[in-house]
Ligand binder design. Structure first.
Ligand SMILES: C[S@@+](CC[C@H](N)C(=O)[O-])C[C@H]1O[C@@H](n2cnc3c(N)ncnc32)[C@H](O)[C@@H]1O
Length: 386
């Protein structure tokens, strides 16, 4: 399947299932689709904890469950399966390049470097942090590398690391939103957030970048109320929250972290219950300080109520909210399976928008994954050349 065919089908199908991926069970007691598909709702609410965890984590399995109730969903599963980009021989660069890089990050960088292809031209490492990726590429591809990064401390540390290996790697302290990659260069970006990778692609294509290898992340960064596609002719409309859904998938949490995540969700839902009792509606709230989750639920609820100008709950009211919270948490985890089934598809749709834009600018483009999802779920790689 060409990227164009995938984009066209996905863009035609996603709006059909808008109700399923747009609704947020955390905010809505029962999303509208529950009334439309009661058998699906019943099956989800009856799942045990293990099946719930599995289906929240495995979009293929969740889509298969959905397809039993909505057969048209079947086609979507195919659209979510991308080829893996063939990896070149791992670089024989020794260990010294990787000083100070945490294990998982290093594996991501090595996988990216093996999947990207040198164009034999200077490389610009966009939003490169300490320039770890740029350093590996300078060593492996033997081309000059410029790492562009807004944080001067990261640049200084990266410069020191490059000097230890006597590499041709420069650092430029600059805001990527106002910068332009050089004509004829090879632009690489590993996890440059939202507008930062979109800017690279839009400006880079205009400036005449020879080759791109871009692994996007945090698609919601820099998005206003609605996502504005770079390419022409798309009919799917995504809100900022929809673009955020695309990146809520994380590497499977340890049992301890999963329990912590469940507790945080339950407590927030407990506060939502308190809102409901007082103002009869859900209002989104600011991020909660981590320390507030370390005490007990009544303390948490009182702090949240005070911050939001709501009355302080009595001990009995806090107890009621806590019981309601855990019941809601159980339901939200089960109903969210539907939404989560779509997140990879939304991510692919977002990437295909960039692919189509590059094709409009006369690039040949491939979209593939560059590593296993367990290493990073943000494993899409857009490779373009002309
Ligand atoms: C997720 S990190 C990725 C770093 C690196 N590419 C890697 O994979 O290790 C994103 C980087 O973008 C940088 N950044 C954020 N905003 C930026 C901007 N406006 N201009 C340039 N760099 C920026 C951050 O400081 C951070 O180092």
């Amino acid at each position: 399947m060409t990227p164009g065919q995938r984009r066209q089908r996905l863009d035609a199908l996603l709006p059909e299932f808008h109700a399923l991926w747009h609704a947020q069970p955390f905010r809505e007691l029962r999303p509208d689709w529950c009334a439309r598909w009661p058998a699906l709702t019943g099956e989800l609410l009856a799942l045990d904890d293990a099946a719930t965890a599995h289906l929240n984590d495995d979009a293929g399995a969740a889509l298969a469950l959905l397809a039993r109730h909505l057969p048209a969903v079947g086609e979507l599963a195919v659209l979510g399966e991308l080829p893996r980009r063939p990896a070149a021989e791992p670089a024989a660069t020794g260990e010294r390049w990787a000083w100070e890089i945490p294990g998982r990050k290093r594996s991501q960088i090595e996988a990216f470097a093996a999947a990207a292809q040198s164009a034999g031209v200077p490389v610009i490492d966009w939003c490169g942090g300490k320039g770890h990726l740029g350093r590996l590429l300078a060593l492996h591809w033997k081309v000059p590398v410029t790492t562009l990064e807004i944080d001067p401390v990261l640049c200084a540390e990266g410069e020191a690391l490059a000097r230890r290996l006597s590499l041709a790697q420069d650092f430029v302290v600059a805001d990527a939103l106002g910068a332009e990659p050089a004509a004829g260069s090879h632009a690489v970006a590993l996890h440059a957030c939202g507008e930062l990778h979109r800017r690279l692609i839009a400006q880079g294509a205009m400036a005449g970048v020879a080759r791109f290898d871009v692994a996007p992340c945090c698609y919601h960064r820099g998005v206003g109320d609605f996502y504005e596609p770079l390419s022409a002719g798309l009919q799917t409309r995504l809100t900022r929250d929809d673009t955020r859904l695309a990146v809520t998938e994380t590497v499977t949490a340890s049992p301890r972290l999963a329990r912590q995540r469940d507790k945080e969700m339950a407590w927030k839902l407990g506060f939502a219950e308190w809102q409901q009792l007082n103002i009869g509606a859900y209002r989104s709230f600011k991020p909660v300080p981590a320390a507030w989750f370390r005490g007990d639920f009544p303390g948490f609820l009182s702090a949240m109520a005070a911050r939001s100008g709501l009355p302080a709950p009595s001990a009995m009211q806090a107890g009621q909210c806590e019981r309601a919270a855990w019941q809601r948490q159980r339901e939200v985890m089960r109903l969210s399976i539907v939404r989560h089934a779509f997140r990879r598809l939304l991510e692919i749709w977002l990437a295909l928008d960039l692919v189509a834009y590059l094709e409009e600018q006369a690039y040949r483009v491939e979209l593939a994954s560059f590593c296993a999802r367990g290493l990073t779920p943000r494993n899409l790689l857009i490779s373009a050349w002309r």
